[in-house]
Ligand binder design. Structure first.
Ligand code: SF4
Ligand code: SF4
Length: 328
């Protein structure tokens, strides 16, 4: 079974998002907590990374980590696939974007929190962040096209009470991009201690999540957009939408369902957690979707009304022919 080795490289960011689950300091803060590069290597070497494993670099904002290019060069010598979760703003500098792509990164995952400056910047509390993120995305997509870099680029929608009102319009904006990303991932908000302090404003009820995600998948299905769900149980979807999600997963090696996630940072060394897993679902043994379901984020369990999780005893079949994608 493949592993995800998840590393937070730093705890500072050039945004200040209202829903941020990490305890980040502003980028201009005097003390900037970050991982020591030698600790990183030691921690990485201890984890026996094998072919097919994924190294996920996150933060804070990993592109503000001063040794990132050095780190990518080191990881390029290993049999792993390297994925960076970033707000994309630094890629508005095209030279920087070209340097990072040339280091051999395999996936860049960038969130959009709204379809305009007013919505996105309002949530990141960072004026100009939308423009920079969009410029960064455009630079990455055009560099990849011009120089044939083998990098997967996905744009991310967050399911939270404050982003749900914008997500459909954001998906429409992404659909108009040319060239566009490889796929769009839809991710549930992590209910960290920090998020819990604003739980009512931020954390959707599972019924809201269900309605919203079905709307997004419905739009994607209509327009042929590939969607990947993270931390959103498959059984929340209608039968047709489940078939669409299963049938359009081209980037399966980055789907988190059957993976072990090992979470590491300089503060919590060697801690192993299954942050999001079907193991968190009590009905998994009765469910035919359990091998492909993204599962449930552990932090969301206490908010969950388990009656919404409806195990499917039989795999869904396409209309008439039993083919997964027959209703696309
Ligand atoms: S961009 Fe990410 S790390 Fe930075 S404040 Fe926003 S959610 Fe937190
Ligand atoms: S019942 Fe459990 S395993 Fe089945 S789709 Fe729902 S969350 Fe996933």
């Amino acid at each position: 079974m493949s592993k995800v080795l998840y590393f937070n490289l730093n705890y500072y960011c050039n945004c200040d998002c209202v829903f941020c689950a990490a305890n980040v300091a502003p980028a201009f803060s005097l003390s900037k907590p970050q991982v020591d590069i030698f600790d990183f290597i030691q921690s990485f070497e201890m984890r026996d990374a094998a072919k097919g494993d994924i190294v996920l670099l996150s933060g804070g904002e990993p592109t503000l980590f001063p040794d990132l290019e050095w780190l990518l060069k080191y990881l390029a010598m290993k049999p792993v696939r390297t994925c960076i979760q970033t707000n994309g703003m630094r890629f508005s500098d095209k030279e920087y974007a070209a340097r990072i792509l040339s280091r051999g990164v395999h996936q860049l995952s960038i969130p959009l929190y709204g379809p305009s400056s007013s919505s996105h910047d309002g949530l990141t509390r960072s004026p100009g962040s939308f423009e920079k993120t969009i410029a960064g995305i455009e630079n990455l997509l055009s560099l990849r096209q011009d120089y044939a870099y083998e990098v997967v680029i996905d744009l991310k929608l967050l399911v939270s009470r404050v982003t749900i009102p914008y997500n459909l319009q954001t998906l429409q904006l992404i659909h108009r991009m040319s060239p566009g990303p490889d796929f769009v991932s839809v991710k549930h908000i992590v209910v960290s201690e920090k998020v819990k302090r604003n739980e009512r404003q931020l954390v959707p009820h599972i019924s809201e999540t269900k309605q919203h995600v079905n709307e997004l998948v419905g739009f994607a299905k209509e327009h042929g957009i590939e969607l990947t769900l993270f931390e959103i149980p498959l059984c929340l979807l209608t039968e047709d939408n489940i078939l669409y999600i299963i049938g359009t997963h081209k980037n399966r090696h980055f789907v988190n369902a059957p993976l072990t996630c090992i979470y590491g940072d300089y503060a919590v060394n060697n801690l192993q957690l299954s942050l999001c897993s079907v193991e968190n679902c009590l009905s998994k043994d009765r469910c035919s979707l359990s091998t492909i379901c993204p599962g449930i984020e552990i932090s969301y369990l206490q908010y969950l009304d388990a009656s919404y999780l409806t195990p499917r005893p039989q795999p869904p079949v396409g209309k008439g022919q039993g083919q997964l994608s027959s209703d696309r």
